[in-house]
Design a protein around this ligand. Structure first.
Ligand SMILES: Nc1ncnc2c1ncn2[C@@H]1O[C@H](COP(=O)(O)OP(=O)(O)O)[C@@H](O)[C@H]1O
Ligand SMILES: [Mg+2]
Length: 160
């Protein structure tokens, strides 16, 4: 299925979804994370990194624009995760001068909060994730746009 929606009752459910995604994601993916401030985009990335056994702190890269992580998965070897937050991004020249374009490569997974702030600079996404507030919890809609994304996501185990 290329479009599905899940309920996330609490923060632990968002972390658990991130950890489940960590088990199936492979390099060479661009993932857009949509949702208002406080929706849970950074929380989802935190769960994904924890699922990859990253032990350190996962900070919001609102001021640094991007936070790089190198992680290992037994089956994959080293891979790079780049967590972008473009909420405060407003300098298109910085995109080139900082070399952000190079972060999107066959060895990396890029997760991007506020992609609409740099829409024409970004590669098109393999996956869109939309997080909506729903009562005290959240609902998350995931849409898949590439064959690579479908191949990864079909391994996602129930209940996800
Ligand atoms: N499924 C959920 N239900 C309720 N609260 C959640 C859920 N997922 C995350 N949260 C909470 O919502 C806030 C999300 O913050 P954050 O992940 O920084 O949001 P964003 O990056 O989208 O601005 C955190 O306080 C977190 O504890
Ligand atoms: Mg955030």
């Amino acid at each position: 299925m290329d479009d599905f929606t899940l309920d996330l009752a609490d923060e632990a459910a968002t972390i658990a979804l991130g950890a489940a995604l960590a088990q199936v994601m492979e390099p060479n993916l661009t993932i857009y994370l949509h949702g208002n401030l406080g929706a849970g985009k950074t929380t989802l990335v935190r769960g994904l990194l924890q699922g990859l056994d990253y032990q350190g702190k996962v900070k919001s890269p609102t001021y640094t624009i991007v936070e790089p992580y190198e992680v290992n998965r037994a089956s994959q070897g080293a891979m790079n995760i780049y967590h972008f937050d473009l909420y405060r991004f407003n300098d298109e020249e910085e995109w080139e001068s900082a070399g952000f374009r190079d972060y999107f490569n066959a060895q990396s997974i890029c997760l991007i909060e506020w992609p609409e702030r740099a829409a024409h600079l970004l590669p098109i996404p393999d996956i869109d994730v939309y997080i909506l507030m729903q009562g005290v919890g959240r609902s998350v809609r995931i849409t898949l746009h590439s064959q690579h994304a479908r191949q990864c996501m079909q391994r996602l185990k129930q209940p996800y």
